[in-house]
Design a protein around this ligand. Structure first.
Ligand code: GTP
Ligand code: MN
Ligand code: MN
Length: 362
C-alpha cells in the first residue's frame, strides 16, 4: 500500500504499530477534521465509528508529505468511504461541511464541555444534556448529586482544562520521586504517557513506579498517597488496589483495556509562585505501580498513544494469536506466557520492528 508523491512511493502498512508516527504531522488539516468526527462518535458511544476515524487519521499522520490531491490516497489502508469524503471536502473547500456542522452543534459543544469535567464520561454527559443541561452553571443549579471525582472536577474545571507543560510535569516528577524514595528506597519511577512520546504538553502527567525486588512494591501507592496528602499536595485522590491475578491455565483477561495495577488517579496541587493570589494550580496526575516482572509490559502499555496501544493488541490477537495487556503477553498457540524485561523484547515476540516512544504518536 503506497502513496505517490511525484515518483516517490511510500509504504504504509495497515496496523499503526507497524509504522513510525512522529509528532511532525504534515496533514493536520485532515487529521483535525477526522479527529473531530472520532470525538463526536465517542461522545455518541459509537465506538466502531470512532476507531475507524482514528485509524484513518493515524494513516495521514504517518505520511511523510502533505496530501494535496485525492489521487495520492490511492492504495492507502484504513481510509473508508466516509473518511475519504471528508478528506476530499477539505481538499476542495478547505473545510469539511460535516465537521463544521458537527462541532458547531449545540449537542457537541455541550457534551464536550460536560465531559471536560474530570469524572464525567460520555454517558453521564448525554443524560444531563437530555435534561437540558448545557453548561456548568446549569449543572450546578440542577440539584444533581455529583460524586467526589465530579465535585473535584467541577471545582478545578479551569485548571484541569489548561494544558500541562513539560516543565510542570518535571516539577511534579521531582516531588513524586522524593515521595517514592522516601517511602521505599530503591524504587524506580518513570514518566510515561504523552510526555514519554516527546509531547511538550499533556492533559495529565502519568508516572509508572516499580521496585527491583518483586513484591516490595505491594502497597506502595497508598504509602506515596499518604506522604503527599500529609504535605497537602493532593486536592483529590482515588486509590485502586492491584487486582491482577495471573492464572495457571490461560491469559488473564481484563474486562476491557483497563489494567489491574495498583494505581491512583489524583489531582495534584502544584506550587506556582507566578500565579497571583493563589500560588498554585491543579494538575491531573496518574500514579501506577507495577511489579518488576511486569514492568516492560506496563511501560509499553502506559506510553500510548491510545490508538497505538489498541493497534498493538489488535496485531497481537489477529496476526500472532497472542493476547497483549499491560501485564503480560500470552501466546495462544504455545499456551504460555512470553517473558520480557524490555519493550524491545516485546516487539520481538510480536514479530514487529521496534518503534521508539517518539514514533508511537499514532
Ligand atoms: P495526554 O495525557 O492527553 O497528553 O495523552 P496520553 O497519551 O498521556 O493519554 P493518557 O494519559 O490518557 O494515557 C496514557 C497512556 O496510558 C495511554 O496509552 C493509555 O492507553 C494508557 N492508559 C490510560 N488508562 C489506562 C488504563 O486504565 N489501563 C491501561 N492499561 N492503560 C491505560
Ligand atoms: Mn497522559
Ligand atoms: Mn493518564
Amino acid at each position: 500500500q503506497k502513496v505517490k508523491e511525484e515518483s516517490v512511493e511510500f509504504l504504509i502498512p495497515s496496523y499503526a504499530c507497524q509504522r513510525r508516527t512522529s509528532l511532525d504531522n504534515h496533514n493536520t488539516n485532515f487529521t483535525d477534521a477526522l479527529s473531530h468526527l472520532a470525538e463526536n462518535a465517542e461522545l455518541n458511544n459509537e465506538d466502531g465509528r470512532a476507531v475507524a476515524f482514528r485509524r484513518a487519521a493515524a494513516v495521514l499522520k504517518a505520511l511523510p508529505v502533505k496530501v494535496t490531491s485525492i489521487t495520492q490516497l490511492r492504495g492507502l489502508p484504513c481510509l473508508g468511504e466516509h473518511s475519504q469524503r471528508v478528506i476530499k471536502d477539505v481538499i476542495e473547500n478547505g473545510v469539511s461541511s460535516e465537521v463544521e456542522s458537527t462541532i458547531h452543534s449545540e449537542r457537541f459543544k455541550a457534551l464536550k464541555l460536560l465531559t471536560g469535567i474530570f469524572g464525567v464520561g460520555a454517558k453521564t454527559a448525554d443524560r444531563w444534556f437530555k435534561e437540558g443541561i448545557q453548561n456548568l452553571t446549569q449543572l450546578a443549579n440542577s440539584g444533581h448529586d455529583l460524586n467526589r471525582a465530579q465535585q473535584a472536577g467541577l471545582e478545578h474545571y479551569y485548571d484541569l482544562n489548561q494544558p500541562v507543560t513539560k516543565a510542570e510535569a518535571e516539577a511534579i516528577g521531582d516531588i513524586v520521586k522524593k515521595a517514592v524514595l522516601d517511602v521505599l528506597p530503591g524504587s524506580e519511577i518513570i514518566l510515561t504517557g504523552g510526555f514519554r512520546r516527546g509531547k511538550i504538553t499533556g492533559h495529565d502527567v502519568d508516572f509508572l513506579i516499580t521496585h527491583p525486588d518483586e513484591g516490595k512494591e505491594v502497597g506502595l501507592v497508598s504509602k506515596v498517597v499518604s506522604w503527599l496528602t500529609a504535605r497537602g499536595l493532593l486536592l483529590y485522590q482515588k486509590n485502586t488496589r492491584n487486582s491482577y491475578l495471573e492464572s495457571e491455565d490461560g491469559p488473564a483477561q481484563p474486562p476491557s483495556n483497563m489494567d489491574r495495577f495498583e494505581r491512583c488517579f489524583s489531582i495534584f496541587k502544584l506550587e506556582k509562585k507566578e500565579i497571583p493570589n493563589r500560588n498554585w494550580r491543579a494538575v491531573r496526575v496518574d500514579l501506577v505501580v507495577s511489579p518488576i516482572s511486569q514492568f516492560a509490559f506496563a511501560v509499553l502499555g502506559w506510553t500510548g498513544s491510545k490508538l497505538f496501544e489498541r493497534e498493538l493488541r489488535r496485531w497481537a490477537g489477529q496476526v500472532k494469536s497472542m493476547s497483549l495487556s499491560s501485564h503480560a503477553l500470552y501466546d495462544n498457540k504455545q499456551c504460555k506466557y512470553l517473558r520480557a524485561t524490555s519493550e524491545e523484547e516485546i516487539f520481538t515476540h510480536l514479530g514487529l520492528e521496534f518503534i521508539p516512544p517518539s514514533e508511537r504518536n499514532a
